[in-house]
Design a protein around this ligand. Structure first.
Ligand code: XIL
Length: 358
């Protein structure tokens, strides 16, 4: 046989193999990233039943409880813990050999009312609050020891106002900066094997990145048991840029920390913090232009993530498909968003193909 014929045939076989690989309907998102990092998703107890459960198992190999392990839902009264939903999520993961990221041990939102108050309604003392924090972290993290491999220990401690360093939360006001190091110490006592993360949003914006870096460096210098930083990844068609993302991952990794994307979505609207009402004419269908831009943004982001795989130990999406996203109600109640890789019928979007074609 002529050499050119053999060459031609080989190219043909390789091409069809490539195409088959891309359109293989059995291949889930996680399979494309097998040799890169686990691919996770935020779930509720409800999502782990029926068809949604099968879909999750096809595409993801890690889960994060979207709300069930936050302090308010899991520990609503001083002597009451709600274990039903978090236990169901962890059991599902164990049964199906999925990784679990725990979220979150200390945050200023979704906190139970009792935690900052004495039984007469006064502001609790620093010592009592730290004791409560320790009891909470010990109880929750010990219960799932060996089953939850990574915890978001402190969530969103940096202030939104660039003029300030830390957020003036009840934690900070009552305990001072110390609560952050303490939370990590308590989590480490409870589960010495667990990887402990600081988690935040807008981490790629240079001024916020600097403040987060300062906090992480302080913790490292003090010998606090912290192992990683979670970039929430609540991104949009408009940010971050490739360079911003790359520089952020590299900068945090230079502290000897692992990096994860913990709550990824790419909103079709610009980022806003404050909740507000829907403006007339603002609700938009998912347009072709959005589809194109979103697919390009996802492609760009995943290109950087693959390049930085040595520092990255996980990428988790915040919700399963565009059928339901927390961004449908936040920051604007009733403004539908389309931030994920699967559409409202669970079909892969253009963005899905753009992150799996490499
Ligand atoms: C969100 C949940 O998705 C919503 O269901 C809930 O009403 C509010 O919290 N940063 C975080 C997550 O760390 O815990 C938040 O999750 C989204 C922003």
């Amino acid at each position: 046989m002529k050499r050119s014929v053999v060459l031609g045939a080989t190219i043909l076989i390789l091409c069809s193999f490539q195409i088959a690989k891309q359109i293989d309907p059995e291949k889930g998102l996680k399979n494309y990233y097998n040799s890169y990092f686990p691919i996770g998703v935020a779930v509720s107890g409800q999502s782990l039943k029926g068809q949604e459960a099968a879909f999750i198992l096809k595409h993801f190999n890690s889960i994060t409880p979207e709300n069930a392990m936050k302090m308010g839902p899991i520990h609503p009264l001083q002597n009451t813990y709600n274990w039903t939903e978090p236990d169901a999520i962890v059991d599902f993961a164990v049964k199906n050999k999925l990784k679990v990221r725990g979220h979150a041990l200390c945050w200023h939102e979704q906190t139970p009312k009792w935690i900052f108050k004495t039984n007469t309604g006064a502001v609790v003392s620093k010592d009592s609050l730290l004791n409560r924090l320790r009891d909470h972290i010990h109880t929750v993290a010990k219960r799932y020891k060996g089953k939850i491999y990574a915890w978001d220990v402190v969530n969103e401690a940096i202030d939104d106002n660039p003029a300030n360093f830390l957020r003036p939360s009840e934690w900070l006001k009552i305990c001072g900066e110390e609560y952050i190091a303490r939370a990590f110490q308590y989590a480490h006592e409870a589960d010495p094997e667990a990887q402990l993360f600081y988690n935040d949003y807008n981490t790629e914006r240079p001024e916020k990145r600097e403040r987060i870096y300062k906090l992480l460096k302080q913790l490292k210098d003090q010998g606090v048991p912290i192992h990683g930083v979670g970039l929430q990844g609540h991104w949009s068609l408009f940010e971050p840029s490739k360079t911003e993302l790359q520089e952020t991952i590299q900068k945090f990794a230079s502290l000897g920390l692992k990096v994860q994307i913990t709550e990824m979505d790419v909103s079709v609207y610009p980022w806003e913090k404050e909740r507000r009402k829907l403006r007339p004419g603002e609700q938009q269908p998912y347009t072709k232009a959005m589809e194109e831009k979103q697919s390009a943004k996802y492609a760009e982001i995943f290109e950087v993530l693959r390049q930085e795989r040595a520092s990255l130990t996980g990428v988790t999406f915040w919700n399963v498909s565009d059928r339901y996203s927390w961004l449908d109600t936040y920051p604007v109640e009733g403004r539908k968003n389309y931030p994920l890789l699967f559409d409202q019928e669970y079909k892969p979007k253009k963005a899905f193909w753009s992150v799996t074609k490499f």
